[in-house]
Design a protein around this ligand. Structure first.
Ligand code: SF4
Ligand code: SF4
Ligand code: FES
Length: 262
């Protein structure tokens, strides 16, 4: 098995504006090799299939154990995490491309800051004043903890956004990861202080009404987060808040009606 090789075709791009091109590589196979190991081997010896010395490939990775979310890319056309994609399970040559819905920084590295901007839009945090010691936080019921834990496993990989038909410039849709965080923070006893603002944001531009319930997000999520359940629950919260806001609006009375109105 020692002479087995791995063939890769990698889509490269020098900057967000430059033209992409493909470059081929042949590497020595090793047992248990995954896509990140292949990219590390190229970084160690940046030579392409033609034997030409090349600029090392730019890609993102950190934890190497599917926890940080940074190594998301297209592998043989499918959105996946490079550190958990085993070479032996992939057809060769293996095609690696950057995620398609995010601006390319260089090669396989993309700018996913839209997720963080969307989390800011929906107040995706627990509001605490960090200027003094707050002591222990509020106690959370174990049943709530059990529900919240799976939601908290989001690693911001953006795979759910990559496969979402509604995540595009024409909708400005925030996507499933952000909606899931709305559900999570609304469940937290302190986070719930911003519940009203979060749900208002969910009713605004790019909010939950843009979801078409295609369900691609829940199928791809590497952390098995129940995304479509989160979407349904947040949708219910939004509807209840919209009705309650409507009922609390001051009624039009004859005193504030414009002349001529019936
Ligand atoms: S919800 Fe899942 S797929 Fe989406 S960013 Fe979080 S971990 Fe990734
Ligand atoms: S259910 Fe479909 S449209 Fe809604 S966030 Fe998931 S993939 Fe996107
Ligand atoms: S390197 Fe952290 S998820 Fe792949």
């Amino acid at each position: 098995m020692a002479d087995k090789s791995v063939r890769l075709n990698i889509k490269r791009q020098n900057s967000s504006e430059s033209q992409p091109y493909w470059e081929e590589f042949e590497l020595q196979w090793r047992p248990g090799m995954n896509v990140i190991i292949a990219l590390m081997d190229i970084a160690f010896n940046p030579v392409n299939l033609q034997g030409k010395q090349i600029a090392p490939i730019v890609y993102d990775s950190n934890c190497l154990e599917e926890a940080c979310g940074s190594c998301a890319m297209l592998i043989n056309g499918q959105a996946a995490m490079a550190c958990s994609s085993l070479i032996d399970k992939l057809d060769q040559p293996i095609y690696l491309e950057p995620l398609s819905r995010f601006p390319v920084v260089r090669d396989l590295s993309v700018d996913r800051s839209v997720l963080f901007e969307d989390l800011k839009r929906v107040y995706g945090w627990v509001p605490i004043d960090g200027t003094y010691a707050l002591g222990p936080g509020p106690r959370i019921d174990p049943t709530v903890q059990e529900l919240a834990y799976p939601l908290s496993r989001c690693m911001s990989c953006c795979l759910c956004m990559e496969v979402c038909p509604q995540f595009n410039e024409s909708t400005d849709f925030v996507g499933a990861a952000t909606i899931n965080q709305v559900r999570l923070f609304n469940m937290h006893p302190t986070g719930a202080h911003l519940r009203h603002q979060r749900l208002d944001a969910m009713m605004g531009e790019g909010g939950i009404h843009e979801c078409s319930y295609a369900g691609n997000c829940v199928q791809i999520c590497p952390k098995n987060i129940p995304l479509t359940t989160s979407i349904s629950i947040v949708n219910g919260q939004v509807i209840r808040q919209a009705i309650s806001d409507l009922l609390q609006k001051p009624e039009l009375t004859s005193a504030n009606q414009k002349p001529g109105h019936r």
